[in-house]
Ligand binder design. Structure first.
Ligand code: CP
Length: 307
């Protein structure tokens, strides 16, 4: 079955990806790198971007990717200006917007929103972040970044640090990595460790992982440190957030402990978990990572929406 056929309902969860699917779409992403000429592969197509939660990178890179492929974009960037504000359901929103577009990118605070949208849509749905659940296209661009930086996914030593409970990018990234022989170190305060269901999934897939609270001891063995923001907006109790918000700040001193091939990544936005004093280091690749959103999302849109 081709990628296009397999993902005809869209990209909802990283769990739908086999290793072959990931390798295929990463190769397509690679081919889009440095190919900034405007193409016409999606000429006449319209992408709807329905963002019920804030976004800078995901929405703008999807929109930029669509324009660069010759297509057009409609949509909204806050639920406040859509009729959901008047009480319209996600189902009715999707059944309406599919009449106006060829594919829908949706970000919503509900974990099941993209899955629900796909149930009602006859066009591909792309999950651009579903509550604390998943963010699969971010994880694909994260993998593209890692391999473009010269690392192999098999044998990769990766630390994933921060809010592992509520961080949707972390969930999708670890699911995709479960297709490879990576060694994963999950680093977080106890209250923000991976949820049981996420650990159960990784254990079923026999992923080699460890959970630790301190990152300094393992810095010299890491190829990648993937840092995430504490997801303030997901905490029901602000006191719980206050207890963990300053848990870690990666500094220049930490960078000095890393090996020559080490790279530090972050899906962004960053608050203060990575000190700005290391932004100019060649080992800091979080803005390059944001760039890879364009080729990766061009590849995804071209696969899903082209004739
Ligand atoms: N990485 C990411 O999802 O960023 P935005 O929230 O800005 O889209």
């Amino acid at each position: 079955m081709s990628f296009k056929e397999k993902f005809k309902e869209g990209i909802i969860t990283a769990k739908d990806f086999s290793r072959e699917d990931i390798d295929y779409i990463l190769q397509k992403g690679k081919e889009m790198i440095h190919n900034n000429k405007k193409a016409d592969v999606l000429k006449g197509k319209i992408l709807a971007t329905l963002f019920f939660e804030p976004s800078t990178r995901t929405r703008l890179s999807f929109e930029s990717a669509m324009y660069r492929l010759g297509g057009n974009v409609i949509g909204f960037h806050t639920g406040d200006v859509s009729s959901t504000k008047k009480g319209e359901s996600i189902a009715d929103t999707i059944r309406t917007v599919e009449n106006y577009s060829d594919g829908i990118v949706i970000r919503h605070n509900l974990e099941g929103a993209a899955r629900l949208a796909a149930k009602f849509a006859k066009i591909p749905i792309i999950n651009a972040g579903s509550g604390s659940g998943e963010h699969p296209t971010q994880a694909l661009l994260d993998l593209l970044t890692i391999i473009q930086e010269g690392h192999k996914l098999d044998g990769l030593n990766i630390g994933i640090m921060g809010d592992l409970k509520y961080g949707r990018t972390v969930h999708s990234l670890s699911i995709l990595l479960s297709n490879y022989e990576a060694n994963i170190y999950f680093i977080s305060p106890k209250d923000l460790m991976l949820r049981k269901r996420d650990k159960d999934y990784l254990q079923q897939r026999q992923v080699k992982y460890k959970e630790i609270e301190k990152y300094r001891d393992i810095l010299n063995i890491l190829d990648i440190l993937y840092v995430t923001r504490i997801q303030k907006e997901r905490f029901a109790d602000i006191e719980e957030y206050d207890r963990v918000k300053d848990f870690y700040v990666f500094t220049k001193k930490d960078m000095a402990e890393t090996n020559d091939n080490f790279k530090i990544m972050h899906p962004l936005p960053r608050i203060k978990e990575i000190s700005a004093e290391i932004d100019d280091s060649p080992k800091s690749i979080y803005f390059k990572q944001a760039y890879y959103g364009i080729p990766m999302r061009k590849a995804i849109l071209a696969e899903l929406l082209s004739n």
